[in-house]
Design a protein around this ligand. Structure first.
Ligand SMILES: *[C@@H]1O[C@H](CO)[C@@H](O)[C@H](O)[C@H]1NC(C)=O
Ligand SMILES: *[C@@H]1O[C@H](CO)[C@@H](O)[C@H](O)[C@H]1NC(C)=O
Length: 507
């Protein structure tokens, strides 16, 4: 095609997409190399969508432990390894052994791909983490299209894994391939760590990261993860923290067998009454946690932080309405976001051993187990929280003079993660977002727990950043998961712009 015509098509396409997106202001046109990279990405966007289609077509479900799906997972990792080799990367698919299933069986773990492109000591080295396994999906679950056939409707690309996480992994690859195709030097050294067991708890990942700390990761300066979403539909986000989680189990036992309330009611310390009192002592009706000392380590709120919350775009009414909740505990956007992201919360999840069927059974359960967890924030510490929770429950229990036995254990302890947003890569990402989307990002955290960020930070001790590409309504893990074509293509440009900004900051 005549290059001039090519540019016209590109601008027309960009214009049409703009109309479609409609939520951002156009930025001044980038110059030189970046402009050519953007044009390349625009012109090849159908090819990029086609590769995503091929990847989505692989049912790489890591959650259901069945041999034929595990084979698909292996096939997925092989496809990705080939793709990276075609870009000229040196690729090392690392065998990490077998997954032990609860029923005693084992299944092979798909290889974790370590790949690298370039090792120029004058350039920064950026490592991208992604995963290519997906949650289970069947059309009967309520999908409008076949989950494993990427289907475009109104600019939305529907398919399992489209946004979580195949689309973002490919966006990074697309960005690299644009530089390659234009025969331009990559502005940064690039490494990839891509796994196939994320949805199954990243079996074997932490061990591999530890093992590779002084080899593969020794030259890594920055780690980027693109495995979360924006908090609205049109405005990009940059994520700098996630909450941790301490999960507790409190058992109250009289005996293993249940009782009849006609025969024993009135003469026993009932385990369920003890447990309900224990669970009832944890949190008050305004959401405040009642465990002494629990807020002592929570980082104090700074004025700078308060301003960041003010700047975030969130339509609280819409959020409340779409969640089908009559009233939240707080009335302002800032309070809501802070209580999701920077303050701890305690949730009561369930009671094992309770009578929970319909009907009226006059049972006194002999042994019950309560489950609750606390979402942790900086600078809380799982071992301190464990001590505080145990002390509190023992105190409440002792006041009841119960003859039952109480046992408390913390079954999961995951630390919160928070990055320094003054770090170079956050600066570079902000600039790249400004270039591609013409706006400042929402600076977000995630209220849930994504252990991988903290694992990278603790083991490799380098800056970790989450740079999401997908919109809030992408429906990861849900029926009709999608990524917008616009997010996928502009996201590919975002990574390209990010590489160039990283190189500039090194100078
Ligand atoms: C948590 O607290 C324990 C005990 O006070 C301490 O030994 C440990 O280093 C702390 N861990 C972190 C990650 O701060
Ligand atoms: C527990 O026992 C103590 C001392 O025997 C008594 O003072 C207290 O009232 C009792 N508490 C309950 C809840 O029965």
């Amino acid at each position: 095609m005549d290059p001039k015509l090519g540019r016209m098509v590109t601008s027309l396409l960009a214009y049409l997409l703009l109309l479609e997106g409609g939520m951002f202001s156009p930025s001044p046109p980038p110059s030189g190399l970046l402009e050519r990279v953007f044009q390349f990405i625009d012109l090849h966007q159908n090819e990029f969508v086609q590769i995503l289609k091929e990847w989505v077509a692989v049912e790489s479900d890591s959650v259901q432990p069945v041999p034929h799906l595990r084979q698909e997972l292996f096939r997925m990792m092989a496809l990705a390894a080939d793709k990276l080799r075609c870009l000229g990367a040196s690729v090392d698919p690392v065998d990490t052994g077998f997954q032990q299933l609860p029923d005693g069986q084992t299944l092979p773990i798909p290889p974790i791909i370590l790949a690298e492109l370039g090792n120029d000591p004058k350039k920064p080295t950026v490592c991208f983490y992604g995963h290519l396994d997906v949650q289970p999906a069947r059309q009967e679950d309520g999908w409008l299209t076949d989950p494993y056939t990427l289907t475009e409707v109104d600019g939305k690309l529907y398919g399992r894994g489209a946004t979580d996480n195949k689309g973002p992994v490919l966006a990074w690859i697309n960005a690299v391939s644009a530089f390659r195709a234009l025969e331009e030097d990559l502005p940064v050294n690039i490494k990839f760590i891509i796994e196939g067991m994320e949805e199954a708890g990243s079996v074997a990942l932490e061990e591999l990261v530890r093992k590779e700390k002084d080899r593969f990761f020794s030259s890594v300066d920055y780690i980027v993860i693109s495995d979360n979403l924006w908090i609205n539909q049109g405005k990009p986000a940059l994520t700098y923290g996630t909450r941790g989680n301490s999960y507790f189990r409190v058992e109250v036992k009289c005996r293993d067998q249940d009782f009849h309330s006609g025969t024993f009611g009135g003469i026993l310390h009932e385990p369920m009454a003890d447990l309900v009192a224990l669970l009832g002592s944890l949190v008050d009706s305004s959401g405040h946690i009642l465990i002494p000392g629990i807020y002592d380590q929570v980082a104090p709120l700074t004025e700078e932080e308060r301003k960041m919350y003010k700047a975030i775009d969130l339509d609280l009414e819409e959020y409340r309405h779409s969640s089908h909740v009559k009233k939240f505990l707080f009335d302002t956007k800032e309070e809501i976001l802070m209580h999701l992201w920077r303050y701890p919360s305690l949730s009561i999840h369930g009671i094992e051993g309770a009578f929970d069927e319909p009907g009226a059974k006059t049972v006194i359960p002999g042994r019950v187990i309560g489950k609750f967890s606390i979402r942790l924030v900086p600078h809380m510490n799982t071992s301190v929280v464990e001590k505080q929770v145990k002390q509190h429950l023992e105190h409440i229990f002792s006041k009841r003079n119960s003859s039952n036995q109480m046992t408390v254990s913390m079954t999961l302890g995951l630390q919160p993660w928070m990055a320094n947003i003054k770090d170079n890569q956050y600066l570079a990402a902000k600039r790249a977002i400004k270039t591609v989307f013409g706006t400042e990002p929402d600076m977000t955290r995630d209220g849930s727990t994504i252990p991988i960020a903290r694992i990278f930070q603790d083991i490799i001790q380098k800056s970790v950043m989450m740079l999401p590409l997908g919109a809030v309504d992408d429906g990861e893990h849900s029926q009709n998961e999608k990524i917008n074509r616009w997010n996928y293509i502009e996201g590919s440009k975002l990574f390209a712009a990010f590489f160039l900004e990283m190189a500039k900051l090194r100078l």
